[in-house]
Design a protein around this ligand. Structure first.
Ligand SMILES: [Zn+2]
Length: 123
C-alpha cells in the first residue's frame, strides 16, 4: 500500500490505488503522531488512520548541552558506542584500519620503497 509521488514515497488507497494525502496529523505523545490520510480520487474519497512513531535514536545530537535521549539506541548506534568505548580502553594498543594503511605507507618510505598508490596503466 505505497506509491511514489515525485521523489516522495507515500501510501496509496487500497481501493483505487491513488496516492493518499495526509489530511491531519496530531501529536499524541512526544514520540507519537496520529495521522489521517485521504484518497485524492474524488470519486473514491476513502480515508485511513495511522500512526507515525519515533522508536529509537540512530545518532546523538551535536548540540553541546543536549539532554540524553529517552529513546533506546538503534543496534548500529549501540555497536558504534561499544566500538568507541573499546577504542578508548584499548585504542593505544590496536591500530585502526586507516592508521594501519598510513603505517604501511610510512614503512615503505622508511625502507626506501615507492610509497605512491598503485595506478591503472594509461591506455
Ligand atoms: Zn481511493
Amino acid at each position: 500500500m505505497s506509491a511514489s509521488t515525485g521523489s516522495r514515497a507515500t501510501f496509496s488507497c487500497e481501493a483505487c490505488d491513488t496516492p493518499l494525502l495526509k489530511r491531519t496529523s496530531r501529536l499524541q505523545h512526544r514520540h507519537l503522531r496520529s495521522d489521517v490520510w485521504v484518497c485524492q480520487n474524488p470519486l473514491c474519497g476513502a480515508t485511513y488512520a495511522g500512526n507515525s512513531e519515533l522508536t529509537s535514536i540512530a545518532s546523538p545530537s551535536g548540540m553541546p548541552d543536549a539532554p540524553a535521549s529517552e529513546l533506546p539506541p538503534t543496534p548500529s548506534y549501540t555497536r558504534a558506542l561499544l566500538q568507541m568505548q573499546w577504542k578508548l580502553e584499548h585504542g593505544s594498543r590496536q591500530l585502526d584500519m586507516l592508521d594501519a594503511i598510513e603505517f604501511v605507507e610510512a614503512s615503505r618510505i622508511d625502507a626506501g620503497g615507492d610509497a605512491r598508490p598503485h595506478q591503472a596503466a594509461a591506455p
